[in-house]
Design a protein around this ligand. Sequence first.
Ligand code: NAD
Length: 430
Amino acid sequence: MRLTVIGTGYLGATHAACMAELGHEVVGLDTDAGRLAALRAGRAPFHEPRLAELIARHTASGRLRFTASYEEAGAFGQVHFVCVGTPQRRDAEGADLAYVESAFEAIARHARKGALLVGKSTVPVGTAARLADAHRVEIAWNPEFLREGFAVADTLAPDRLVLGVRTARAERLLRRVYGTVLAAGTPLVVTDFATAELVKTAANSFLATKISFINAMAEVCEASGGDVRRLAEALGYDERIGRAFLRAGVGFGGGCLPKDIRAFAHRAAELGVDLGFLREVDAINMRRRDRVIALAREACGGSVLGARVAVLGAAFKPDSDDIRDSPALNVAARLDLDGADVTVYDPEAMDNARKAFPLLGYALSAEEALRGAELVLHLTEWPQFRELDPWRAAALVRRPRIVDGRGALDARRWRAAGWWFRALGSPAQP
Ligand code: NAD
């Protein structure tokens, strides 16, 4: 089929490349000239496993092209996927729908007769119906559940597909788009607009709640001498609870969970439903960043002023260069403001971090960041940090003190190598 993908960020670039991989002819559209230039040259504009390879292959074959022209996209596409951003509004907790509205408006104006416009962006419930009423084109909503770091795999083989449609024709078209994925046995939920929109915000709210639940348990462990890692292990054996997302740490960040739970609570309140618990989920999450800073102060004898602090990690999660609302950079920047001499290292997110926080120090490797450090903070769970050798690391630093903000390091080994070791929710002493 001939598809367009409007907005080629983390979601749209992945969707465009994967739709080409599935055999469709795809035109990606963006208004950002830098992003377009990279994509047209066959390069991925950000780090995501396997994405660069797919973009290079399909731009070379001509099956995947990029444009800034809505006229061209409109003339080309049978189905248009709208993947533009829905960030938090600057003046409120709700979502900023300006990009979605302008993208729908522009593509609706240029779309061919019979074309289907499919929203993939995460939006407040009610958006699809409003857009469908505002434009004389057919609309469907197909929320996206991909995880950064696994975006290509999640798009080619998703857990489920959710289609919010008003007509059998829209459903038929989308079943054709996803024919290969459905043939592989992917569960499909076909529903109305409101339910489709809600699946996405409900899923993100559930995940955020699970993370904040275990982080609240970490707070209780800190107050009572319990160990949240053993607690989580024991909870996880209960099939009704499950092990996933039960790792206590510095909490969630990124371009989705924080803004999505805020937007959801905000939208629910507009509808007269109180989802105040999501505000608590948000507050618990932000308190974990404060806790890392408190531990950093404790490690440095009450103040970080003048202390050389190595921050391992800048991306909000491993296997990504996305630094949006990154807990690691939030902590790094606040320690810098407190007078610490902060050096950050991340395997992929250095360029983005430098642009957003130009005044922080940066190292070219974990070893360089560790050299001379008086305190090490482990804040993004990259495998190479987990695999650091505590004995070799001890030889590099000035003072062997580490806070494991991801609950991923082996406390016994680090302590055996002579480190003052603290993890969130675990006792100071073994
Ligand atoms: P992003 O900021 O990386 O990408 C958005 C892109 O849209 C940018 O390249 C921007 O230039 C472009 N854009 C903005 N206005 C435009 C317009 N009028 N016409 C054409 N292009 C335009 O954002 P993202 O992370 O890809 O997220 C996009 C949406 O997908 C959001 O609603 C997000 O919540 C949702 N989502 C994201 C993920 C994820 O993991 N990143 C997962 C699922 C859903």
